[in-house]
Design a protein around this ligand. Structure first.
Ligand code: AMP
Ligand code: MG
Length: 496
């Protein structure tokens, strides 16, 4: 027998230690119900994101351990964890839906780095409203990859640390299997949390929530600067600004959320709750990615307006704190200007234009019109345009258009603008702005189909590509091409 005594684990070898002192749980019992996750039968690893693990100070050794698998399947609690399901309400598809809540999510706690850890798919809660509290492998893979893809593109989002599967059957349109995603964000508070307490006239709770969000996440709003000392008006304004910037980024990268209900709107301006989301393939401004959204309330080109509608619900909820509706409305005044300015800035970068030009807005509008007319593939267009600027060869980008003359005419105006600046710097900006790899539906679907058969390699490859989407990854060129014909028959709905 060896007489060596094992050295105590270094902090980097340890798992996550959670604490609640100043966290969400300190808000009090009106905000949540404490309960443990429902154990997941026979769990197995599907994926883990080393970048998120590093963010939380979790070592690769611990992430590979049985303790981590048990924690992220909901079968054991992390030290310091006191799980809870939070209550919120919300407007769904423009209609007041009343009380909702974490129906299948549990907040485990907060790490020393200020990141909250949440399990999604960990069983029923008092807010499950008759549903099973579970998530299926298919939608969990989509959520897992969406966080990686958006983060890789520089778009604010919740992220996923881990994905665990189980043979437990779960009934959706057909029988699928259960999975648990471990999500990470500085806060999972939604517009709907505010609407909940406002609708019930629980003004003290509403105030506590708003003060907590200001204190923890918007300290610059404490003094209510620019809003006559009203911190809550300043908060609403700051949320509006962040949301406007998020919408500009979604529109620029071609991201469609699909279910922009107020209960899915993050108070931090993060992309939150991935269901039937989609990245644009063929450019169609009115595209509806959510099969259930028959009227196109959340169609691609409606997203900035939908976010503004949601902000008005938040404003309404904050009226008891702000004082009057007019002041609340005033806090949203800058939304359209911020969105327009940010969107133009994002699109200028996609075009390689490093400064504003008098003609850039008209040039962009004409380009989008031509792309829509010919249903040009959105990611491929931008990458090929970047390559054209880098190499001088217009043939590949030209080949994407049916109306070649009209596009060539556009190219002449565009090249005139480009001529005013350094070509090398423009190409560099474009190749760092227009990704080669995008989480297209068919790529997610391929990873899902393989994972259902126990092959996690395509998921792993996709994860690697999406984490660094601007790199060439020459061995994986096939993952950067047009969607196959079968992709257009993929149907996405809220069922997940
Ligand atoms: P979503 O449309 O996914 O944002 O969900 C709306 C509400 O339904 C949220 O309160 C969810 O927690 C809840 N929910 C969705 N799916 C389930 C499920 N399988 N079990 C329990 N609650 C669910
Ligand atoms: Mg939701």
């Amino acid at each position: 027998m060896s007489s060596t005594i094992a050295a105590p684990a270094r902090p980097s070898d340890a798992g996550a230690v959670l604490h609640w002192q100043q966290g969400f749980a300190a808000l009090g019992e009106a905000f949540f119900t404490r309960l443990a996750p429902t154990p997941l039968e026979d769990p197995h690893w599907v994926a883990a994101d080393p970048d998120v693990a590093a963010l939380l100070g979790l070592s690769p050794a611990w992430m590979g351990s049985e303790a981590a698998l048990a924690a992220f399947s909901g079968n054991a609690l992390l030290p310091g964890s006191a799980p809870l399901a939070s209550v919120y309400s919300g407007h769904q598809f423009g209609t007041w839906a009343g009380q909702l809540g974490d129906g299948r999510a549990l907040l485990l706690g907060e790490t020393a780095e200020g990141q909250e850890i949440q399990l999604k798919g960990s069983g029923r809660t008092p807010y499950s409203r008759g549903a099973d509290g579970r998530a299926v492998l298919r939608s969990s893979i989509r959520e897992y990859l969406a966080g990686i893809a958006l983060h890789g593109l520089g778009v604010p989002t919740t992220r996923a640390l881990a994905l665990v599967g189980s043979p437990t059957p779960v009934l959706r349109e057909e029988i699928e299997t259960a999975a648990v995603v471990t999500r990470v964000a500085p806060s999972f508070i939604r517009f709907g949390h505010f609407e909940h307490f406002a609708a019930r006239g629980q003004i003290e709770e509403l105030r506590r929530l708003a003060d907590y969000v200001v204190q923890r996440h918007y300290p610059e709003c404490r003094a209510g600067e620019g809003f006559g000392g009203n911190a809550h008006a300043a908060l609403l304004h700051a949320v509006s600004e962040r949301t406007a910037r998020l919408m500009a980024q979604w529109q620029a990268v071609g991201f469609m959320h699909g279910v922009m209900n107020t209960d899915n709107m993050s108070i931090l301006g993060l992309t939150l709750d991935f269901g039937p989301f989609q990245f644009m393939d063929a450019f169609e401004p009115r595209h509806i990615c959510n099969h259930t959204d028959r009227l196109g309330r959340y169609a691609f080109d409606q997203q900035p307006l939908a976010a503004h509608w949601n902000l008005r619900c938040l404003a309404q909820a904050l009226v008891p704190l702000i004082g009057d509706m007019a002041s609340a409305q005033a806090a949203l005044q800058s939304y359209a200007d911020t969105f327009n300015a940010q969107y133009l800035q994002c699109m200028r970068a996609k075009l390689g234009l490093r400064q504003p030009h008098a003609d850039d807005e008209a040039l962009l509008a004409e380009l989008l019109r031509l792309m829509a007319q010919d249903a040009v593939d959105y990611p491929l267009f931008w990458r090929r345009l970047s390559e054209m600027v880098a190499t001088g060869n217009p043939a590949p980008v030209l080949a994407l258009f049916k109306g070649r003359d009209a596009f060539q005419h556009w190219l002449l105006s565009y090249q005139k603008l480009l001529a005013q600046d350094s070509r090398a710097l423009q190409a560099d900006l474009m190749l760092k702005t227009n990704p080669k790899f995008v989480l297209r539906n068919h790529l997610a679907e391929q990873a899902i189909r393989a994972a259902k058969l126990g092959d996690f390699q395509p998921l792993q490859t996709l994860q690697t590509l999406l984490a660094r989407p601007f790199d060439e990854h020459p061995r994986h060129a096939a993952w950067a091409g047009l969607p196959p014909d079968w992709a257009s028959s993929l149907v996405l709905s809220c069922s997940s």
